[in-house]
Design a protein around this ligand. Structure first.
Ligand code: ATP
Ligand code: MG
Ligand code: MG
Length: 353
């Protein structure tokens, strides 16, 4: 499948500089290639090398990853203060582009899994959120959209004795704002409404994904784990208690895939959410009739309901399996307020980093 066959003790050599990276173990496998933990004898340290598949499309995108990340590292974060992974080297090895990064720890999905998919303590949610936001500020200043923010792409920084920390990785789907070429981006659970609906997108799509991540860190489960784009959209509407605003639906390319127009649209007049919206989301039966197959709809992972209730009642049941009452302490109120600003349908109203 165009992957280079990697094995322990294989030396990945940068033939230009002569530097050698000896594979010690495999760290991950992604769409773009494989990531190996390597030993660098020159610096006596481990690093992570991403070996890209040798197909032109993957190569091109990886070149973008190299150029955007070197710009972020060198120009926007020269002192490594903003929680963005450092790129250490890149080279061609047997026709595969290899990118060497500083060695980091587990990703946040692995962390949640180790915690049996129970959420993290609020103090960690807060610390990690602040650090991811710090990275997002820098990316916004640089005009870079990450396009694939998700727990798997946020890694724990190891060996920090004083405090817990994270860094953002995987700029393999990133692009420059204003040079958005692809329409099929972001991982489904973290996909923003404007990308789902086919509306021009900006760095605001990363803030949507970020909101999904913050909620997931707290409750331990994805906020919108839809089995299809339709399912994701239905979950958004249920949890947020409303649908995307009409101005977005009117201009988006894919609206007709999910909605039926039920009212007249007056050009220039903003029709707001609620009963006077000109659009209604299709029912499962209508989607089925249209596509002549059942829409993929996943089971709910947590009690159905609104965002505020989800947070106020978390962890939903006590040890006897009884539902918990709502607790509106200031921390929960603040978290809901924060999430509301992030998982906001309208990209223009959504909070910026
Ligand atoms: P995707 O399918 O998400 O696009 P990808 O092929 O672009 O993945 P990455 O996300 O860069 O690859 O890396 C895949 C996995 O390898 C990560 O989720 C992480 O677990 C691990 N990994 C990547 N970089 C590092 C690093 N610097 N240190 C430690 N582990 C890493
Ligand atoms: Mg990744
Ligand atoms: Mg990637």
């Amino acid at each position: 499948n165009s992957d280079l066959i990697l094995y322990v003790n294989l030396e990945l050599v940068n033939t230009k500089s002569g530097r050698r990276y000896v594979i010690k173990e495999m760290l991950g496998q992604g769409t773009f290639g494989q990531v190996a933990k390597c030993w660098d004898a020159e610096t006596n340290s481990y690093l992570a090398v991403k070996v890209i598949k040798n197909q032109p499309a993957f190569y091109q995108q990886a070149i973008m990853e190299v150029s955007l990340l070197s710009m972020l590292n060198e120009k926007f974060d020269p002192d490594d203060q903003h929680h963005i992974v450092r790129m250490l080297d890149f080279f061609l090895y047997q026709n595969h582009l290899c990118i060497a990064f500083e060695m980091l720890g587990h990703n946040l999905y692995e962390l949640l899994k180790r915690n049996s998919l129970r959420g993290l303590q609020l103090k960690y949610v807060r610390t990690f959120s602040r650090q991811i936001l710090d990275a997002l500020v820098v990316m916004k200043d640089a005009g870079i959209i990450h396009c694939d923010l998700k727990p798997e792409n946020i890694l724990i920084t190891p060996n920090v004795k004083t405090a817990a920390g994270v860094k953002v990785i995987d700029f393999g789907s990133a692009c420059l704002e204003g040079k958005t070429i692809y329409s099929y981006i972001q991982s489904r659970y973290y996909r923003s409404p404007e990308v789902l609906l086919g509306y021009p997108y900006t760095t605001a799509i990363d803030m949507w994904s970020f909101g999904c991540i913050v909620a997931e860190l707290y409750i331990g489960l994805p906020l919108f784990p839809g089995a299809s784009e339709y399912d994701v959209l239905c979950r958004m509407i249920e949890i947020l208690g409303g649908q995307p605003p009409d101005n977005l639906l009117r201009e988006a390319k894919n609206t007709g895939r999910f909605f039926q127009q039920v009212g007249s649209i007056y050009p220039g007049i903003e029709v707001q959410n609620g009963p006077i919206s000109a659009y209604r989301i299709l029912t499962e039966e209508e989607i089925e009739a249209r596509e002549s197959k059942k829409p993929k709809v996943g089971r709910w992972y947590f009690p159905r309901g609104r965002l505020d209730k989800l947070i106020y009642t978390y962890p939903w049941k006590n040890l006897n399996g009884e539902n918990l009452p709502e607790t509106e302490n200031t921390d929960c109120l603040a978290l809901v307020d924060f999430l509301r600003g992030l998982v906001e349908f309208d990209p223009n109203k959504r909070w910026s980093p």
